[in-house]
Design a binder for this molecule. Structure first.
Ligand code: ATP
Length: 365
């Protein structure tokens, strides 16, 4: 599954652009502000119908236009199109048909992004790590998405009944029962996923860097030794005072530690980047092994914070991935010479919002 051709209109500073892509590795290089990240953003929009620069999603549409349109020919999925107006309306089409939900699109086209915000996997809040974990669980277990939606609904209702102070016992019990059964299923799915994922992660990590003490610890969101019904029963009075449910899968975490310390507190910036890359690559390798589903990879400014040796190791892993890879860099030299199959690597020179040159294996097209 790969994007053969990509057409971008109305995205930030990019001129109307049409690209013939490599099914393997694609590199966008050029000076700061040239439009490289905007190309990654376009591919992200195509797969997720939203930008990864979330705070600025509304500003993706070019200042001079009212809407953007990204279309692509995908080797498996056919013609994909995402239209987004400056006011935020989104239309997603596959082979001319509107898609019913975003989950449908995301399910078909798994995507991983590595950019400067990905460090939040190590140093950010548990919700960043839950989001990462649930990416894998979502793709592996078909019922996970609906369980997650049911959990959100039952939790919202439980919390609002707690806050209202007028607890109708019967109503409260209905939502609490639903909350408990969804929680159990979500925890089981996450545990099941991690059992397969963690060994895969250690394998990928060791291909990148030696960090023998690094471990992933799963916290399910409540006391490991007690069932959730006992825990929330015990906490009900305090939940009522606080107005929300203190324990459950919405509080889960996937802590990443070196010995007893948080990895973010001891590892260098470059080491952290390698751990983040290993986590994301391992998710794709694992998904490929379980579901035979390749992942599209977006890497913004790959060489930043890495030495040449580690850039090469990372490049070698990227090259072996089944999915299509898109990366950006300012200087293409560190990414020029080490590929095992250079004919599968395509370089695009971006300047002032336009791709001015593209080349395969050093030869101009
Ligand atoms: N809505 C918009 N309309 C027009 N231009 C925009 C819009 N939003 C941002 N820009 C401009 O688009 C340019 C492209 O930015 P982009 O982040 O893609 O660059 P980049 O090549 O990735 O740079 P860097 O190497 O600094 O990360 C910037 O100069 C920015 O000012």
């Amino acid at each position: 599954m790969s994007i053969d051709t990509l057409s971008v209109q109305g995205v930030r500073n990019l001129a109307n652009t049409q690209l013939n892509l490599s099914p393997n590795v694609n590199i966008f290089y050029g000076l700061n502000g040239a439009g490289k990240t905007s190309l990654l953003e376009s591919i992200h929009l195509l797969s997720m119908a939203r930008s990864f620069r979330q705070a600025r999603t509304k500003t993706v549409v070019s200042h001079e236009l009212d809407e953007l349109l990204i279309t692509a020919k995908d080797s498996d999925l056919g013609l994909l199109a995402v239209r987004r107006t400056a006011k935020g309306q989104v239309q997603i089409r596959q082979n001319g048909q509107s898609l019913a939900s975003l989950a449908e699109l995301v399910q078909q086209k798994p995507l991983q992004l590595i950019d400067s915000s990905s460090f939040s996997l190590l140093e950010g809040s548990p919700s960043d790590r839950r989001q990462f974990l649930d990416w894998g669980v979502f793709h592996q277990f078909p019922n996970f998405h609906s369980d997650w939606q049911k959990l959100q609904k039952s939790l919202k209702n439980r919390n609002s009944l707690l806050r209202s102070g007028k607890l109708s016992k019967a109503e409260f019990e209905v939502w609490e029962r639903e909350y408990l059964s969804c929680s159990e299923r979500i925890d089981q799915a996450r545990k099941g996923y991690l059992e397969g994922f963690v060994p895969c992660f250690h394998e990928v990590l060791s291909a990148l860097i030696e960090l023998p003490e690094l471990r992933i610890h799963y916290y399910r969101g409540w006391d490991r030794s007690k069932p959730l019904n006992e825990v929330i029963e015990h906490q009900r009075e305090r939940d009522q005072k606080l107005g929300y449910t203190q324990s459950g899968p919405q509080r889960a975490d996937m802590r990443i530690k070196t010995g007893k310390l948080n990895a973010a507190d001891v590892l260098s910036r470059g080491q952290q980047k390698l751990v983040v890359c290993a986590l994301k690559i391992a998710q794709s390798v694992y998904l490929q092994s379980q579901q035979k589903m390749p992942t599209t990879f977006l890497l913004d400014d790959l060489p930043a914070e890495l030495d040449q040796n580690h850039i090469q190791k990372l490049g070698a892993l990227m090259e072996r991935l089944e999915g299509q890879v898109f990366m950006t860099c300012v200087d293409p030299k560190p990414l020029s010479n080490f590929w095992n199959k250079p004919e599968q690597v395509k370089m695009f020179h971006v300047e002032h919002g336009a791709v001015i040159n593209s080349a395969v294996n050093g030869e101009q097209e």
